[in-house]
Design a protein around this ligand. Sequence first.
Ligand code: KG4
Ligand code: ZN
Length: 326
Amino acid sequence: MLILGIDTSCDETACAVVGEGFRVLSEATRTHDEHKAFGGVVPELAARAHIRLLPRLVLLSLERAGISWKDLDGIAATLGPGLPGALMVGVVFAKTAAQALKLPFVGVNHLEGHIFSLLLTQKLDPPFLALIASGGHTDLVQVKAWGQYSVLARTRDDAVGECFDKVARILGLGYPGGPEIERLASGGNPDFHEFPVPRMEELGFSYSGLKTSFLYYTMRQEPGFVAENLPHICASFQEAAFRQLVEVCSRGIKLTGVKNIAVVGGVSVNRALREMFLREFGESVFFPEPRYSTDNGAMIAAAGLFRLERGLRSSMSVGVYPNWEL
Ligand code: KG4
Ligand code: ZN
């Protein structure tokens, strides 16, 4: 079975062809540059960029896989969560192509896609806990079986990736903030300053306090201090951001008795995060290949393939779900 996967949920137009055993045959992805000047994603610009890029990238992914339209067994696209206009482009394209080719269309939840990113390069059997750490979500999910999830914890305010992006903005860095902060933090001392780690009674995440504390900390300093100590300040920020993730995951493990934990989503590409989780959980922690941590078409194709192999398909009348939770 061969499936084309499309993700247009945010500022990346991503396509991939995936085959049996979740083998990635090809990928074609473009990240939109036009948002950089605005310090964040501009929804209307994202939708326009998807319209411009998607047809070319789909053709490129077929060409790279060495196949044509008629070799496909299905087409999957992200229905949500994401930006409404951006999602619409991918879904309308996928449904139109599926209709014309008389192929099944499979609508995919982007967050489930992140969980399936694990299977693109390794085998992993449930039960396990999955921490989805991305720009829009910080969810701890119990994966009881593939396709069967129960959410244990969500963020009460900001997502961890969003916190990276906002802190980067405070420092006058570009968007997205995560890669820049990771680069600056390497070689910095994570114990330079102790940023707060919230400890709540109920299982949950909160990142708005860390953002505010970071803002006040930088505002309090003498001119030049922040610039001189940037690696240490970024490393200390990362330490607090990831400490919270580790602590909530530990509590989730104790609560459920589930031993294995996987960390997925854009933030899981971060090496300091991976090292902290490995120190804490050793052989029980799993990550996607770094290139499949951030948004990609292959994870959407994989989640679509899982459904297609079980005879599931979506109705052609299905719309987009910008606020779809797992
Ligand atoms: O999963 P993703 O690509 O898109 C969403 O579904 O949101 O995640 C994007 C988020 C952004 O907030 C970005 O700043 C963060 O992932 N990110 C990182 C790193 N690379 C991307 N955060 C920390 N360290 C990184 N190296
Ligand atoms: Zn994502």
